[in-house]
Design a protein around this ligand. Structure first.
Ligand SMILES: NC(=O)c1ccc[n+]([C@@H]2O[C@H](COP(=O)([O-])OP(=O)(O)OC[C@H]3O[C@@H](n4cnc5c(N)ncnc54)[C@H](OP(=O)(O)O)[C@@H]3O)[C@@H](O)[C@H]2O)c1
Length: 267
């Protein structure tokens, strides 16, 4: 299927690793121009270097950065058609998963909301005027946790729930102006956050007395009742994001695609 993305200009936040990197690779394969925002580059991003790719180094927690990012994108490629708000997760100083409720401080809550919601809103605010009039589109990366209240990760799940909420509102406000806004909510996805030495998988493995591979391939999929029996791959989330970014999804607005291996059981 031709996704009709050739020549379109996309900004992808957090595109140096994990899900974001898979989105960048896929958009480039589809012939788009891609601007990546992250604090540092990466080997994976280096492998994709070429005339259609621009890396803008910066911290999305810095309120000045979104304006600079959009300006660089427009300057380099002549406009903006697609915004993928992918960066998210634990900000510096916050370790996830975490619970119970009384363990979280104001500072933790503020940092998590700053990174997962306020920074996204700031960038969206500066990007939207460029998206209007070009049939632009936004894909926000939320989390299956946004739909599953529980007794841990309160601040992260609440920030992502707010992001999903605002996405729907934006789709209503900007749909009539030709801008579609959709959400992709991944479940547990095999990214560095899980797999890195000393990462979350090691943390769980230590607590449960199993090795990292057993934990990722068997223990957690069973515990989380993943009907696919395995973690989600970053490319599987990226494919949903890129499909939503494509004009082939022209009648999909205000939707949420859940890519979670069947973790959520509700309809
Ligand atoms: N992995 C999962 O299991 C999972 C599950 C549900 C939802 N999600 C969501 O999916 C999205 C992507 O997650 P992921 O696991 O693919 O992430 P990841 O592998 O940890 O990558 C994070 C990306 O964001 C960038 N980043 C981090 N802090 C930044 C900052 N302050 N300013 C600019 N860039 C920053 C990182 O680059 P630098 O470090 O160089 O800045 C990197 O490119 C997130 O929104 C996450 O909440 C993930």
């Amino acid at each position: 299927m031709d996704l009709a993305l050739r020549g379109r200009v996309a900004v992808v936040t957090g595109g140096s690793k994990g899900i974001g990197l898979a989105v960048v690779r896929t958009l480039l394969e589809e012939g788009a121009f891609v601007v990546v925002a992250s604090r540092s580059g990466s080997a994976g991003l280096g492998d994709l270097a070429g005339p259609n790719l621009l890396h803008v180094a910066g911290d999305l927690m810095d309120p000045e950065f979104p304006g600079e990012l959009v300006e660089r994108a427009v300057e380099a490629f002549g406009g903006l058609d697609i915004l993928v708000n992918n960066a998210g997760g634990p900000p510096p100083g916050v370790v996830l998963p975490r619970g119970p409720f009384l363990g979280g401080t104001d500072t933790d809550w503020q940092a998590v909301f700053e990174f997962n919601l306020f920074a996204v809103m700031r960038l969206t605010r500066v990007a939207l005027p460029h998206l209007v009039g070009r049939g632009g589109t936004i894909v926000n990366v939320s989390s299956s946790l946004a739909r599953q209240p529980g007794t841990n990760n309160y601040e992260y799940a609440a920030a992502k729930a707010a992001l999903s909420h605002v996405s729907k509102g934006l789709s209503e406000e900007f749909g009539p102006q030709g801008v579609r806004v959709n959400t992709v909510s991944p479940g547990v996805t095999r990214t560095n956050w899980w797999t890195d030495e000393g990462g979350v998988a090691d943390m769980f493995a230590g607590a449960m007395g199993v090795d990292r591979d057993t934990l990722l391939d068997k223990t957690l999929p069973e515990m989380m009742r993943l009907s696919t029996g395995r973690f989600v791959e970053p490319q599987e989330v990226a494919d949903a994001i890129v499909l939503l970014a494509s004009p082939r999804s022209g009648s999909t607005n205000g939707s949420e695609f859940v890519v979670d291996g069947g973790m959520l059981k509700e309809i």
